[in-house]
Design a protein around this ligand. Structure first.
Ligand code: NAP
Length: 217
């Protein structure tokens, strides 16, 4: 499958490299055509890797990952110059303000709003799915590294078919189907994004390289 990733940071690189390992063609994109981190992605991966602008990556992908800095996610998506009609946008961004320690949620995306639903509202023809934002991305794209892969991830979005396609990519990463917790429509992004406040405090107090939670029913 052809997949576009918006975001040249560590997260975009981790997702892109893992998707290539799983046999997909990936273009990652940033604001500039000569972004050093994008060029490094090309060098570090097979011929299935490519790099372009946000606009080029969004055009390239049948599925798009939003791996941009949460504060600027909507700005980045607007730079794609498309309405994303019919495309799945898998949003992994978090609305964190790192100006304090520990970071806080950016108020405009918190409580009665979220990045996930803001993207869905801005691009009503897209199928936005929120997932993978609740744990470190190195673990999220390779979950078998911890507890034999027996821990939890969440999925939210309005379109059932888009959820099925997203879950297929997640199982390719190594997630067990029973650990993919579908928590409803895209407004559930509010819960997934505000959970980061607890996750960050847990990370700070436990100070371990890998950490996640498991939902026990
Ligand atoms: N760290 C983790 O393990 C983890 C886990 C789950 C989710 N997340 C979330 O994943 C996302 C990406 O994380 P990261 O650390 O890779 O991000 P990052 O390095 O902070 O940013 C990634 C992208 O944001 C774009 N960007 C920055 N400022 C912008 C602006 N003013 N306008 C438009 N685009 C802008 C950058 O564009 P350029 O390429 O042009 O510089 C870059 O492509 C974040 O939302 C983060 O919260 C992180």
């Amino acid at each position: 499958m052809k997949i576009g990733i918006l975001g040249t940071g560590q997260v975009g690189n981790l997702i892109g490299s893992r998707l290539i390992e799983n046999g997909h063609q990936v273009m990652i994109g940033g604001r500039e055509a000569n972004n050093e981190r994008g060029l490094a992605f090309l060098k570090n991966n097979s011929e299935n890797a490519s790099y372009g602008t946000f606009e080029e990556a969004s055009f390239f992908g049948e599925i798009i990952f939003n791996a941009t800095n949460g504060r600027f996610a909507l700005d980045a998506l607007k730079l794609c110059n498309t309405d994303f009609e019919g495309k799945i946008i898998i949003d992994v961004a978090n609305p964190l303000d790192f100006s304090t320690k520990p970071p806080t949620l950016i108020p405009e995306f918190a409580n009665t709003n979220s990045i996930g639903e803001s993207i869905q509202n801005l691009f009503p023809k897209a199928k936005v799915i929120k997932t993978l934002n609740t744990l470190g991305m190195a673990l999220a794209v390779n979950p078998k590294q911890l507890n034999d892969g027996d821990h939890s991830v969440f999925v939210a979005g309005n379109d059932e078919n888009a959820k099925i396609k997203t879950k297929t990519l997640l199982t390719e990463f190594g997630w067990n189907v029973e650990n993919l917790n579908d928590i409803g429509d895209i407004t559930a992004s509010r819960a997934m994004e505000s959970y980061l406040i607890l996750m960050i405090r847990l990370s700070m107090s436990l100070n371990v390289p890998m950490l996640n939670i498991k939902v026990i029913k």
